[in-house]
Design a protein around this ligand. Structure first.
Ligand code: UDP
Length: 404
């Protein structure tokens, strides 16, 4: 057991929480747990695994994290699955199925030993989901962890995938709305953030202020921020439209800070689109960040007065949690997991349109006290509901339900 790491969490969440985790983990200490996803960097799933795996290890559990590789066509196909599962019709052909399954077959050969020796295999999202079909007879438990909003999937793709995920022993969704009828137990486990990472830990004031110089920002003007991959579901265009509208009434600067994820080939195109839109607006800054810019994102979120997450579809929205943890009210799209976090008028505002976002930007920049009050509530809400310690507890109870 790594008591140093546990002590750091204990300082934030208290000893009761940590004691409970230790008790639960002690009942699973002989179990081997394997997580499999498709990227080690970029995007929410990788972020969570980077924290969850060490915390589970610190609790004395035996945990591995494996990443399946894939070529460009594979990630094109899985990106199209992702879009389809979130409701967008895509080109779904026998060719795409072949690319998907063939890549999984190749990866199965590399991972076979680990997949067979683990007691619990947790497969994240659709990319590696097909691995289960290659297992043959098995004794171990397979859990499909879906981070996507499956509420209104494009049917042809979901029909195909459902035939795969039905073979799992359980599945996990972030919200009740995201579930689909499946012939096994489904668990609702919202994601979480880790307060100890570079992304979320406290930073010295100097470092926070330094972002103004570094990105050519004006220290006299309030800062409104959205941190997101360049992805159409994050509505970067709507964010810029909202800022342009609100800037007519109140001075501020907008930063849209994003990057790509290794498993997302669309990012570059959308980045170009967003840049073209921001051109000629000196108070709109579009930043393309490297995948390891965690500390920079932390500093930007702390420097911000108001944070936006104007997604039109969102599995959960870790960026919302991150900003709330830093005492920022969030103006979020009224969708998916953002609804779990943004309690309208308390921890932020839910909006449907760029106009709505513009109105709330004006409100929060104008009423300083209200902004601070909502920011405090936001922090407390995350502390109670969306830290990694709660997340690990939920995973452990799921696994315990299989052993007891
Ligand atoms: N993120 C990042 N760099 C970027 C954009 C996002 O490190 O350029 C991080 C962000 O801080 C968050 C995660 O990636 O921790 C994104 O998770 P979220 O659930 O918000 O969205 P996803 O990308 O998984 O759809």
């Amino acid at each position: 057991m790594n008591n140093d790491l546990l002590a750091k969490y204990e300082a934030i969440v208290g000893s009761d929480v940590i004691d409970q985790l230790k008790q639960m983990a002690s009942r699973l200490k002989d179990a081997r747990i394997l997580h499999v996803n498709s990227t080690r960097y970029g995007g929410g799933v990788a972020e969570i695994l980077r924290s969850m795996v060490p915390l589970m290890e610190a609790l004395g559990l035996s945990v591995r994290w494996e990443v399946i590789a894939g070529d460009e066509p594979f990630f094109q196909v899985t990106k199209s699955f992702h879009n389809a599962l979130q409701g967008f019709p895509v080109d779904f052909t026998p060719g795409s199925i072949e690319i998907y399954e063939e890549n999984n077959r190749k990866e199965f050969e590399k991972l076979e030993k680990f997949l067979k020796e683990a007691d619990f295999v947790v497969i994240h999202d659709p990319q590696p989901a097909f691995l289960i079909k290659l297992m043959g007879e098995r004794q171990n438990k397979w859990i499909w962890r879906c981070h996507i909003d499956l509420s209104k999937p494009y049917r042809p793709v979901w029909r195909y995938l459902k035939n795969i995920v039905k073979d799992y022993d359980a599945s996990i969704f972030s919200m009740p709305d995201f579930t689909q009828p499946l012939p096994h137990p489904q668990y609702i486990i919202p994601p979480s953030i880790d307060p100890l990472t570079e992304k979320n830990m406290d930073l010295p004031d100097d470092e926070v202020k330094a972002v103004y110089d570094r990105f050519g920002l004006d220290p006299e003007k309030p800062l409104v921020l959205q941190v997101s991959r360049f992805d159409r579901f994050k509505d970067p265009v709507g964010v810029i439209q909202a800022a342009i509208m609100a800037m007519k009434f109140i001075p501020f600067q907008l930063v849209y800070a994003g990057g790509g994820a290794a498993d997302d080939p669309e990012g570059e195109i959308i980045y170009q689109e967003v840049q073209a839109l921001a051109k000629g607006h000196p108070d709109i800054h579009v930043l393309y960040l490297p995948p390891d810019a965690h500390r920079t994102i932390n500093a930007l979120q702390r420097a911000a007065h108001v944070v936006l997450q104007k997604s039109i579809k969102e599995g959960f929205g870790l960026t919302v949690t991150e900003a709330m943890w830093k005492y920022k009210p969030v103006i979020g799209g009224d969708t998916g997991g953002i609804r779990l976090q943004v309690v309208n008028h308390h921890t932020g505002f839910l909006v449907h349109t760029p106009e709505g976002a513009a109105l709330r930007i004006r409100y929060l920049l104008f009423y300083h006290e209200k902004r601070q009050e909502m920011g405090k509530k936001a922090h407390q809400f995350v502390k109670e509901n969306f830290l990694i310690t709660r997340h690990v507890r939920d995973y452990l109870s799921l696994m315990l339900s299989f052993v007891s």
